[in-house]
Write a protein that binds this ligand. Sequence first.
Ligand code: AP5
Ligand code: ZN
Length: 212
Amino acid sequence: PRILLLGPPGAGKGTQSSNIVEAFGVEHVTTGDALRSNKEMDISDMDTKYDTPGEYMDRGELVPDAVVNAIVEEALTTADGFVLDGYPRNLEQAEELEGMTDLDAILSLSVGEEELVDRLTGRRVCDDCGTNYHVEFNQPEADGVCDECGGELVQREDDTEESVRNRLEVFEDNTAPVIDHYRDHEGFVEIDGEGTPDEVWTELKAAIERKA
Ligand code: AP5
Ligand code: ZN
């Protein structure tokens, strides 16, 4: 299936994408991870405000469309089934995506603002394999150590309170209209993202089975 996962920063897109990959055998296409691996890439020849993706990301601003569109275009041409996470983030990107592929299921995770702030400021990620944890909601077995690979758990540069507030504002201004744009699509399902990760997964999985 071709799945689009939408939702604000901290809604659980990364967490649930792992479940989708495991259950449906699709590829995880995520602009956030792709950009984090290319934070220092020189984009100054594109006449952009900053010279690297990392300068946008650490402030919680959107990386320019041209950079992001190219990443998704390349990833989708080689993927059979996929879960797309982190894209599109504005209406221009949504229009670009329509020229690249059709979608079977469009799932939108909704979570209230204060819960999002708590989730993001408490998030820790494995420095080696990228697995997500939370200081309260999703603790590793040993303090500060990844269950999967033994790597060190660190805080993301953009998970400071200041950057989180900015990301939520950018979401309201740019990405909320994208969600509204997809509401009429036959594959669209809105999912309550405030339950436990397992509860959210149960609902999400049922929605994918219905649509895809
Ligand atoms: P990106 O990496 O996409 O970040 P994001 O959208 O802000 O999403 P997050 O990864 O922060 O949250 P998530 O929804 O995946 O939640 P998670 O599962 O981790 O983008 C980063 C930056 O890259 C952007 O700011 C921008 O600069 C740039 N960028 C990326 N795409 C772009 C694009 N298309 N255009 C332009 N720029 C782009 O969960 C969060 C936490 O909560 C974790 O700690 C987790 O353990 C916990 N948690 C998860 N589910 C639950 C639950 N049900 N209950 C309790 N806790 C939970
Ligand atoms: Zn790890």
